[in-house]
Design a protein around this ligand. Structure first.
Ligand code: GUN
Ligand code: ZN
Length: 426
């Protein structure tokens, strides 16, 4: 039976970074869901009259939005989120690598994978693109957990063959072999996609990067994810490790790891050459604002969003939150510090359609339109007294949404729909 959701519907008919009126709002709107997809969008009274048999879910003044898309996370870092006092390299060595070692135990990987997806679904996130650990079973764990929830999800085995503890390294050959086996097992199975995942240049030899570049040539429709220019001492380290490279991006480009479908996390301290090559190549940059402030990395240049695909991400657990609302707030604050003011519709777009576009999935998820997969978040715009009193003064929908962006948390998520099924009830 079809479901008819009633509320305020927000969607996008374009990119609000290039087109100021790209956002659409239906104050008395409705979304019809049938067989896991959006079957109709329109005026509530009209759709009720045309679909009298549909099961009605009246969300009143709540917002009906596409579910959030978190374009860069490390699900294995769930348990070490909010670890105190370190910057990137120290943070990796002190907190991250010891925790990732625990994923040698596949039962532990299963536990964290399930816990992680429950945490993000409760926050309205319906798709993530995640790093696993070097252990193949950690990829099986997250794909299996996503499959049981019907989620569209992207993941890959993290590859590292140097500068990581024994027990957390593979080799160029085993990274290629294990990644290929996992790719053949999972890529395109239901809503799951495999992502080729060299962690970053400091932990991969040129041979390993080349092996993964070769794998990507064999499977060109896959995405490839890695990190780029997050902190200045990381960049200096890359310069030492790759004396023959022009810059950090060149360490990837030289091995076939730069083209459309490449996702670079952070990308803060870029040279002019790197920016123009990224734009020319059609790469995606993933902005991780809570991580960039929490680990002390720097301020991403949102001006780049006019020139290439930019996605938004929590970067759990370098990021300090599982919530895309909190992440939008941080993106707003970081942009303010750079003298850029992001409109609420731009923030919402980044967390939905922008991230979906960065993952080359904007034809499937991240928007409300006929034919799209029915992954939805229902947002209460008055979820706390502090938010309610600010929202009450709003003169338009985006003024009404902004207090929830800045102050909202999981209490604002009234319901979540995944592939047309209600997975979180209010
Ligand atoms: N660079 C390489 N690995 C990581 C990681 O796990 N988190 C963050 N924030 N940066 C990285
Ligand atoms: Zn990361």
């Amino acid at each position: 039976m079809a479901d008819l959701l009633l509320g305020q519907v927000v969607s996008f008919q374009g990119d609000p970074f290039v087109q100021a009126d790209a956002a659409r709002h239906l104050a008395n709107g409705a979304v019809l869901i049938d067989a896991g997809r959006i079957a109709a969008v329109g005026d509530a009274a009209d759709l009720r009259a045309r679909h009298p048999q549909a099961r009605v879910h009246d969300y009143d003044r709540a917002l009906i939005s596409a579910g959030f898309v978190d374009a860069h996370v490390h699900y294995p870092q769930t348990a070490i989120i909010a670890s105190w006092g370190k910057r990137l390299i120290d943070w990796l060595n002190t907190y991250t690598f010891p925790e990732e070692m625990r994923f040698a135990d596949s039962a532990y990987a299963d536990t964290i994978a399930n816990r992680y997806l429950d945490l993000v679904l409760a926050r309205g996130t319906t798709t993530v693109c995640t790093y696993a650990t070097i252990h193949p079973a950690s990829v099986d764990a997250i794909f299996t957990a996503a499959q049981s929830r019907g989620m569209r999800l992207y993941a890959g085995k993290t590859c590292m063959d140097r500068n990581a503890p024994a027990g957390l390294t593979d080799t160029a050959q085993s990274a290629y072999d294990d990644s290929k086996t996992l790719l053949q097992k999972w890529h395109g199975v239901g809503r799951l996609s495999y992502v080729i995942t060299p962690r970053f240049s400091p932990t991969s030899t040129p041979e390993q990067l080349a092996a993964l570049g070769a794998l990507w040539r064999e499977y060109p429709d896959c995405l490839m994810q890695t990190h780029l220019s997050e902190q200045l001492d990381e960049i200096a380290w890359v310069k030492d490790l790759f004396p023959q490279s022009r810059d950090y991006l060149d360490t990837y480009e030289a091995q076939g790891l730069l083209r459309e479908g490449a996702l670079y996390g952070h990308a803060i301290h870029l040279t002019e050459r790197e920016k123009s090559r990224l734009i020319e190549a059609g790469a995606s940059l993933i902005h991780c604002p809570t991580s960039n402030t929490f680990i002390g990395s720097g301020l991403f240049d949102m001006g780049l969003a006019r020139h290439l695909r930019v996605g938004l991400a929590t970067d759990t657990g370098g990021g300090s939150s599982f919530s895309m609302l909190r992440t939008m707030a941080a993106a707003y604050e970081v942009a303010q510090l750079r003298g850029q003011s992001l409109h609420p519709s731009q923030l919402w777009w980044l967390a939905t359609q922008g991230s979906a576009r960065a993952l080359h999935a904007d034809h499937q998820i991240g928007n409300i339109a006929v034919g799209m997969e029915a992954d939805l978040a229902i947002i209460d715009l008055a979820s706390t007294p502090a938010i309610a009193q600010a929202t009450a003064r709003a003169e338009d929908i985006w003024q009404a949404v902004f207090p929830t962006i800045m102050m909202g948390d999981d209490r604002a998520i009234a319901a979540v729909w995944v592939q047309g099924s209600n997975v979180k009830y209010s």
